[in-house]
Design a protein around this ligand. Structure first.
Ligand SMILES: *Cc1c(COP(=O)(O)O)cnc(C)c1O
Length: 473
C-alpha cells in the first residue's frame, strides 16, 4: 500500500504523464492495431497475492495497456460521436477521485446534491430548454431513457406495474423510428415492455419520423386493443443526425395522452447555439429530455443530463426509503430517488468546472468552430463531384459516400466505400466510422473533438483523396 507521501509523489507523476499525453497525443494512432486476445495473453490469470510496487504497475500500464487504447481525445477521432474531455473536465474528475464520495442523497454530501441542482439549472437555461424541466445527472443516455420508459409505464398504469407486476398491462406499446438509437429498444426490453411492442414508425426522405404515419399506427394499435403509452422523438439521430419533427409529434402525444421523451443525446449540446433551437419547438409539451454533456460539451465521460417535468411522478416511481436511509432534512432533493442506482458519482463537479472555465460564450465559440470546420470540409469535397452528401448537413456531422459515375450497382458501391473507410482508418491519423442507412453504406465524419483544427481537416481531405487514388488504381 502506498503511503500518503508516496501517493503524493506518484500522483504528481501521473498528472505530468496526463499533460504529456494530451500534448503529444497525435503521436499515437487514433485506433490501436491490436488483435483480439493480445492483451489477455500477456496478463497473469490470477491477481497477485502480495502487493506490488506502484512503479512496476505504472510501467505495465504504459507498456501493456496504453498500446491497446483508442485515443478518443486525439483530434483525428471523428468516428461515432465524440466523448470529449477537456482540462477543466479532467481536473473535476481528479478532484472527485480524491474526495471518493458517494452522492446518493443530500446527507451523504450536501454540496454534491446542491451543486447538481445548480449546474442542471444552468444547463437548462444555456441549452434552450423551457422552465418547468428539472434536471438530474445519470451515467448514460441509455439509463436516462430507461428511467423515462419506466416512469411513463408507471404513469399509464397508476403505479400498478410497480406494485403488482405486469398483470393487465401486457399490451403497452411505444413508438420511435428505425433511425432511433438502439438504447430505446434495449430500455423497452429492460422495462418489460418487450421489443415487439416498440413500433418503428416510417421516416421521410431526410430520415426523420413521419408524424402522419405515427398517428396512423397509434390509431391502428388502439383499434387492435393495444395501449399506446409513449413516443421517443430523437433530435439528432446517430446515423445521420436527423431531427424528428418535435412539434407535430408533441401534438399527437398531447391528443393521445402519451409520454413524450426526447433523445437529444448528441445534438443537445448544439442547442447552446440559438440558431439550432428551432428544432426544439414543441419541447414545452415533452415530458422528459436527455442530452449527454460527455459527448459534445467537453465534460469527461460520464455525464448524461436528464430533464423531467413531473418530478413527483419520477420520485414516486423510484423512491424507496428503508430505515437505514432515513433522511435528516425534510425538504432536500434525494437523487437516489431520481433513477435506478442508489449509489451515484459526483458528476456535477466536472460540469461546474467546465461551465465556469469555458463560460457559455467559450462553449458557443468551440461548437461554432467545429461547425465551421465541417462547412469547410463539405465545401472542399463538394468540388469533387464524385463525393456525395448523403444526408442534410446539420451542425458538425457529414454523411458522405464516394460515388464515381461509372458505378451504379449499390452492392459494388457499398463495398467500395467500406474498403475506402478501411483504407482511411489504416493510416492511423484519423478514425472515421460508417453506417448503413436504408441499404446505403455511408461514411460519417464528425468534426467535434475538443482540439480539432483546420490543419487536421485539410490533412483528412488529402488522405481521403490519396485513399481514393489508391483503391481505385
Ligand atoms: C450516443 C447516443 C445514445 C446512447 O448514449 P449512451 O450515453 O452511450 O447511452 C442514445 N441516443 C443517441 C441519439 C445517441 O447519440
Amino acid at each position: 500500500m502506498l503511503s500518503n507521501e508516496s501517493f503524493r509523489k506518484q500522483a504528481h507523476q501521473v498528472v505530468d504523464w496526463i499533460a504529456d499525453y494530451l500534448e503529444n497525443i497525435q503521436q499515437y494512432p487514433v485506433k490501436p492495431t491490436m488483435t483480439p486476445g493480445a492483451l489477455r495473453a500477456q496478463l497473469p490469470a490470477e491477481a497477485p497475492v502480495d502487493g506490488e510496487d506502484m512503479d512496476k504497475i505504472w510501467e505495465d500500464y504504459l507498456n501493456l495497456i496504453v498500446p491497446g487504447i483508442t485515443h478518443w481525445q486525439h483530434p483525428g477521432f471523428m468516428a461515432l460521436f465524440p466523448s470529449n474531455a477537456s482540462y477543466p473536465g479532467i481536473l473535476g474528475e481528479l478532484a472527485v477521485a480524491g474526495l471518493g464520495i458517494n452522492a446518493m442523497m443530500w446527507d451523504t454530501s450536501p454540496s454534491a446534491t446542491e451543486l447538481e441542482q445548480t449546474v442542471m439549472e444552468w444547463l437548462r437555461k444555456a441549452s434552450g430548454l423551457p422552465e418547468g424541466f428539472t434536471g438530474v445527472i445519470h451515467d448514460t443516455a441509455s439509463m436516462s431513457t430507461l428511467t423515462a420508459i419506466i416512469t411513463a409505464r408507471e404513469r399509464i398504469s397508476s403505479f400498478a406495474v410497480n406494485n403488482g407486476g405486469y398483470h393487465g398491462y401486457e399490451n403497452l406499446v411505444m413508438y420511435c423510428t428505425a433511425q432511433t438509437h438502439y438504447s430505446i429498444e434495449k430500455g423497452a426490453k429492460a422495462a418489460g415492455i418487450g421489443a415487439a411492442h416498440v413500433r418503428k414508425i416510417p421516416t421521410d426522405a431526410l430520415y426523420a419520423m413521419n408524424p402522419t404515419a405515427l398517428e396512423q399506427q397509434i390509431n391502428a394499435d388502439i383499434a387492435a386493443g393495444l395501449q399506446p403509452f409513449m413516443v421517443v422523438a430523437t433530435l439528432g439521430t446517430t446515423s445521420t443526425l436527423a431531427f424528428d419533427p418535435l412539434e407535430s409529434i408533441a401534438e399527437i402525444c398531447v391528443a393521445n395522452h402519451l409520454w413524450l421523451h426526447v433523445d437529444a443525446a448528441y445534438a443537445g449540446s448544439g442547442f447552446f447555439l440559438p440558431q439550432y433551437r428551432h428544432y426544439l419547438k414543441g419541447i414545452t409539451k415533452a415530458d422528459s429530455y436527455v442530452f449527454n454533456a460527455h459527448k459534445w460539451l467537453f465534460t469527461n465521460f460520464d455525464c448524461s443530463c436528464y430533464f423531467v417535468k413531473d418530478t413527483d411522478l419520477l420520485i414516486n416511481t423510484f423512491s424507496a426509503n428503508p430505515d437505514y436511509l432515513k433522511r435528516t432534512e425534510a425538504d432536500v432533493a434525494q437523487f437516489k430517488d431520481w433513477g435506478i442506482p442508489l449509489g451515484r458519482r459526483f458528476r456535477a463537479l466536472k460540469l461546474w468546472f467546465v461551465l465556469r472555465n469555458f463560460g457559455i460564450a467559450g462553449i458557443q465559440q468551440k461548437l461554432q468552430a467545429h461547425i465551421d470546420l465541417s462547412v469547410h470540409f463539405r465545401n472542399t469535397i463538394q468540388h469533387d463531384a464524385q463525393w456525395e452528401l448523403m444526408a442534410p448537413h446539420v451542425m458538425n456531422m457529414l454523411c458522405i459516400r464516394y460515388h464515381p459515375s461509372s458505378i451504379n450497382d449499390i452492392q459494388t458501391l457499398n463495398e467500395l466505400n467500406m474498403s475506402l473507410l478501411k483504407k482511411i482508418n489504416s493510416d492511423g491519423r484519423f478514425y472515421l466510422s460508417g453506417t448503413m442507412v436504408e441499404g446505403n453504406y455511408l461514411i460519417r465524419v464528425v468534426i467535434g473533438q475538443t482540439n480539432v483544427d483546420q490543419a487536421h481537416v485539410d490533412a483528412l481531405i488529402s488522405l481521403m483523396q490519396a485513399s481514393v487514388a489508391d483503391i481505385t488504381k
